[in-house]
Design a protein. Sequence first.
Length: 195
Amino acid sequence: MPKQQRGEATVEQVLDAALRLYSSSGEAGLTLGTITGASGVSSGSIYHHFGSLDGVVAALALRSLDQLLTELAPALMQAADARSGIRAVVLAYLDFVRDRPDAARLIHSVTSDRLGMANARQIRDSQEARLTPIAHWIHAHQESGELAPLSAPLIESLALGPVVAFVRRWLTVGDVDLEEAARELPDHIWRSVRA
């Protein structure tokens, strides 16, 4: 196996192990010792690929975010109109959370928030290929008169903010129903962004 492929495989091995540990023990379970033990990768190799334990967590959060955006963008792009696009992106987000609760829990964690705030520009730049089509979609539907003439970041916040708040509650308190959210949120969000 060429050196680059071995490096990529090592990174994935470490991230898979870190997610399993995070799932079973939370952030406290993510130590260099537990990650080396669970992944079979040496601490020197982990430092080489990630720089630090925070680097592992940041890479894991970024990988999880990338997986989420991989589901959201196509759902939005395949919609016939703005209203069905909003419905599709809300449902894709909720499906991701239901199907990958560990990745979702990490994305919505305090640690991920801290790392996101410290590296927001870098994260946004790394996701540019996935985010640009969403911005174009918003602009096209504003031009057609379907979406309100607001900035793309404001449309994104109005569309995803309620979903994120609901998901955080589902992941932490657990006293809300994803099926109810799937039924109710898309229409309420649509009313906040339609022209």
